[in-house]
Write a protein that binds this ligand. Structure first.
Ligand code: G1P
Length: 303
């Protein structure tokens, strides 16, 4: 089974950090997000993974050297949308392909999700459907798809895991969008390619799967909280309220840390109170008090 992971985007919703860290490498619960995506795939025997890289793509290439598998890296030279990104990794093979977005984490049985006879989309009911691709269904069968509709006809959102029974059919659908210049929000959308496939007699089913989203600061911090396991040594004159992860080489004095805090390695933290936050590697924070932030540098870089 081949998988495609699109990790080319600018991650604008996580600025300023994504100016210099690829979005999928921002740490959650002590590890880069990508760990939480790649490890389950490898554990399910999905070792043939094509990464669609672009913005800060070398960081992905370097990072994946710590894993073993058949990894391929294809560059998306222009940011023309998710459909265009995925196309870079597709071939004319009639073999199945699994696609997982770089800002979604699933704890799922991937093999059961990828059945051989029907295309499948992971979905979840959401409160803010205008931020997602939306499906309309009859039972499990998809009857219509819309990318970020202004007036969503349902709250069943495409969450970021897709199984296609034929790479070629998806490739042809995206190529059609490009030939006809069919864009939504100015971009070639994967959702629009699926809508075209559906119209041409390729059925899709939905499966509701629990997932964790890391796409915007609020959901990123929710995911950090959900996945966090305590791991830290004790620091004198500090109160640590678990769960808290503190990486190696940190100096922490006169501070209250937690709950729900990840502090990556080599940070200096003095006279601070930090709650429900992620502090990036090498940060130096002095006399600060904050909650629900992703923080880097001297604390002035945050979202
Ligand atoms: C993309 C897809 C959208 C999907 C979403 C899930 O949008 O285009 O259909 O619902 O991912 O996160 P993006 O978040 O890249 O704007």
């Amino acid at each position: 089974m081949k998988a495609i992971l699109p990790v080319a985007g600018y991650g604008t919703r996580l600025h300023p950090h994504t100016h210099h860290i690829q979005k999928s490498l921002l740490p959650i619960a002590g590890k880069p997000t990508l760990d939480f995506i790649v490890e389950p795939l490898l554990a399910h025997g999905i070792k043939d993974i094509t990464f669609i890289v672009g913005h800060l793509g070398d960081q992905i290439r370097d990072y994946m050297k710590s894993f073993s598998g058949a990894f391929h890296f294809v560059e998306q030279k222009e940011r023309l949308g998710l459909g265009h990104a995925v196309l870079q990794g597709l071939t004319d093979s009639d073999e199945p392909v699994l696609i997982q977005l770089g800002d979604t984490i699933f704890h799922a049985d991937f093999m059961s999700f990828c059945s051989s006879d029907v295309n499948r989309i992971a979905v979840m009911e959401v409160d803010d459907p205008t931020r997602f691709g939306i499906v309309e269904t009859e039972g499990n069968r998809v009857i219509a798809l819309h990318e970020k509709p202004k007036y969503p006809p349902s709250n069943l959102a495409i969450s970021g895991l897709y199984s296609f029974i034929s790479e070629r059919k998806l490739k042809e659908a995206i190529e059609y969008l490009i030939e006809q210049n069919i864009r939504t929000g100015g971009e070639y959308q994967l959702t629009d390619a699926m809508a075209f496939m559906l119209k041409n007699g390729n059925p899709f089913e939905v499966r509701k799967l629990d997932y964790y989203d890391t796409g915007v600061p609020a959901t990123f911090l929710d995911t950090n909280r959900a996945l966090l396991k305590s791991s830290h040594k004790e620091f004198s004159n500090c109160t640590i309220v678990d769960p808290v992860h503190i990486g190696i080489g940190c100096r922490i004095e006169n501070s209250t840390i937690g709950p729900n805090v990840t502090i990556m390695s080599k940070c200096t933290i003095m006279n601070c109170t930090i709650e429900n936050s992620v502090v990036l590697q090498g940060s130096a924070l002095i006399n600060q008090s904050f909650a629900s932030r992703i923080v880097g540098g001297d604390g002035s870089e945050y979202c």
